[in-house]
Design a protein around this ligand. Sequence first.
Ligand code: AMP
Ligand code: ZN
Ligand code: FE
Ligand code: FE
Length: 285
Amino acid sequence: MSQVVDLHLHTHFSDGTWLPEELVAQAARLRLTAIALTDHDTVEGCAPTAAACETARLEFVSGTELTAEQDGHEIHILGYLIETSHPILLAELAKFQHVRQERIREMVVRLNRLNVPLKVESVFALANCRSPGRPHVARALVEARLCGNLDEAFERFLKKHRPAWVPKFKMSAAEAIALIHRAGGVAVMAHPGLNRTDDVIPTMVEAGMDGIECFHTKHSTSMVEHYLELADRFHLLVTGGSDCHGLSKGTPLVGTVKVPYQHLERLKARAAERKKETIPNKGRL
Ligand code: AMP
Ligand code: ZN
Ligand code: FE
Ligand code: FE
């Protein structure tokens, strides 16, 4: 395959371990044509990643990964080609970041009640970002030798309904899609095969979802085929990416999910249409 892209990547601006420069160096080494940054609930990493991509002559796609809830399922929604300085987007992201920080405090309170002496400062120091999440708590538990590894931390404490898990307020899928559209972006359902949430797809299509992430590290060949078929049936764009979090779990995943450039071209065409629709209305947003 000549032109390959990876459209799902994280840096230390959320729960990845790499700096933007480290991510871009890896992507350049693998000769990727383009990368999209999709940190959870933040676009802070976009400017430095774009700058590093320019130096490395790699195409950069702005993005973020939002968490929503639909019919009792947690859904991740990728927003691509968003305007990263859009004031409404930034105000909403700041709220989600605040919720994330408060949730970390609450998780540590619960751990302490379980006689696990983790210090909240150690989690914030390790996370060193505005958009901390459970992986940071897991890493802090491992670093403090309170858990043997990240999987143990999730299994014992952090997974849904485990003793230190704290539910998080989430917007609906329709709200997430609308927010991405307002910021001129394209809304894509992330890794639908991860928690088998096909039943929410028609609702999301109804809400204006543009695409579906068919190619993902955790999708089997049959899942990829299944979601390509759904994309076709619902007239959705197709995307894909590795969901690389740097070195958090051994070998880095960047570039391991090989997505042909043509999918990015379609994504860009959709974003261009959307911007034509939204920009004349900007004053009324
Ligand atoms: P949060 O956004 O704080 O709810 O954390 C969710 C993130 O935690 C996901 O994006 C994954 O990267 C990670 N995660 C979820 N479950 C596990 C698990 N069992 N083991 C390792 N990482 C996980
Ligand atoms: Zn993550
Ligand atoms: Fe995700
Ligand atoms: Fe992700």
